[in-house]
Design a protein around this ligand. Structure first.
Ligand code: PHE
Length: 446
């Protein structure tokens, strides 16, 4: 540890991999394909990539610089740079969002564990029966929560960094091989067309909100994860370069995941708009068709579980860092209490895939089922709202001049013009775009 008692990433690459590990997870491989499927395919993908580059990247740089300057959790970061009592509430929103996202994310992460067990000990139960079994759902959810707790208790460097180093490249290679196999399946070209040939009549206000929400979710933005991770980086770190590496790798994995899923989906004749179960319905069918598919399926779900773990760890880290810094709790106490709360909040999500009729079929805010509702509320609303306030805070309260000074500690003066572009985005383009997307959803433009 070099800066203070809170811990610092062990190396530059270690930080990039940990931040990429937070970003790359179920958001890329589970959420992205089903959101693309629900929003009509290729045109949505273009809107998504635009949101990532124009909004995601600048917000990521803003969050990292805020974290590194203050070396604090999100609540403390906002408090220490402003005199107003209102700003820490953006941090509290982030802490609550961390628990909210974790509560349903762990249910899906539990499915990956379930699949691993089912490959090792084959059953006749299909996916629909599996997710409708309350004992299995709650058991795997709890199992994944325990794994997350073990890693987070290990602390920043040993706990989180060590895991991210080798496994992300392995996931990448496996994705490439699955894509090349799936593209040879009969009828797969319809999937390629759905995924890559844009039909712009499918873009509406809600499509843009979904793309924005997915960009925030996938890059772990808008709830202070990257403020917290930024608080553990050293002053020598080149923030813009690291942020760009994280954004590119995250987006590449998502784009590849789509290319893996849609050709296979059309080939086995399923619906693209079937919601959260999509990947779990399609992939096992592909593994059945493939020679050696059981082994490849096992490898795939093991890597997916690990990718999910490096994300659940970063979600849990936000409320934990808050309680440790602000309330002076021990790490152990903070982790146990947040984990217990997360489990309670997650129970309805775990029971919303067939176990409970009410939770499975409820229709709220255009979403069917409790888990979809949570995913919509926290990703599409809470995260962009958090991101909006990060922009206002860094752009206008702390000030981009101060932020640039902080960022320059690791880049030197060379990048002057880039900073100018970034200031423009953070002060005007990002907050205005988010605002317009929201006003549009609430019908302000008719
Ligand atoms: N980005 C993670 C994923 O794509 C999820 C996440 C969201 C993690 C928000 C932290 C904060 O799986």
């Amino acid at each position: 540890m070099e800066q203070n008692e809170r811990g610092v990433w062990g190396s530059r690459l270690g930080f990039i991999l940990a931040a990429a590990g937070s970003a790359i997870g179920l958001g890329n491989i589970w959420r992205y394909p089903y959101v693309v499927g629900e929003n009509g395919g290729a045109a949505f993908v273009l809107v998504y990539v635009t949101c990532v580059l124009v909004i995601g990247l600048p917000v990521l740089i803003a969050e990292l610089s805020l974290g590194r300057r203050t070396t604090l959790n999100p609540v403390g970061a906002f408090r220490s740079l402003s005199n107003s009592k209102a700003w820490p509430w953006v941090g509290y929103l982030g802490v609550a969002t961390g628990v909210g996202i974790l509560s349903f994310y762990l249910v899906i992460a539990g499915w990956t564990l379930g699949y691993i067990v089912r490959t090792l000990i084959p059953t006749t139960e299909d996916f629909t029966q599996f997710v409708a079994n309350p004992v299995e759902e709650l058991g795997y959810f709890l199992g994944f929560l325990c794994l997350t707790v073990i890693v987070v208790l290990g602390g920043v460097e040993k706990g989180i960094e060590r895991w991210s180093k080798f496994l992300m490249p392995a996931l990448f290679v496996l994705l490439l091989s699955l894509i090349s196999y799936n593209l040879t399946l009969e009828g797969s070209s319809a999937g390629v067309e759905f995924y890559l040939k844009p039909d712009f009549s499918k873009i509406h206000g809600s499509t843009i909100l979904a793309a924005l929400g997915q960009a925030f979710f996938s890059l772990s933005l808008g709830m202070g994860t990257m403020i917290t991770y930024g608080s553990y980086i050293s002053k020598r770190e080149n923030i813009p370069v690291s942020a760009t590496a994280v954004v590119l790798s995250d987006t590449l994995i998502a784009l590849l995941a789509g290319l893996m899923i849609f050709p296979a989906l059309f080939s086995v004749g399923m619906e693209p708009s079937q919601g959260p179960a999509l990947v779990f319905n399609v992939l096992p069918r592909v593994f059945e068709l493939m020679p050696g598919g059981a082994f490849i399926g096992l490898a795939f779900f093991v890597l997916l579980a690990i990718a999910a773990l490096t994300s659940t760890v970063s979600l849990l880290e936000v409320p934990v860092a808050f309680l440790v810094d602000e309330r002076k709790w021990s790490r152990k106490k903070a982790v146990s209490i947040i984990a217990a709360a997360t489990f309670v909040v997650g129970i309805p999500s775990a029971l919303s895939q067939g176990s409970s009729e009410l939770l499975t079929t409820m229709q709220v805010a255009g979403q069917t089922g409790f888990l979809s509702l949570m995913s919509h509320l926290f990703s599409n609303l809470s995260l962009p709202i958090g991101g909006f306030f990060v922009c206002i805070f860094v752009g206008w309260v702390w000030g981009t001049k101060n932020a640039v000074e902080e960022i320059k500690l690791g880049t030197g003066e060379t990048a002057q013009r880039i900073f100018w572009g970034w200031e423009l985005l953070v002060k005007y383009v990002c907050p205005l775009t988010i605002l317009i997307v929201f006003l549009n959803i609430f019908g302000v433009f008719g």
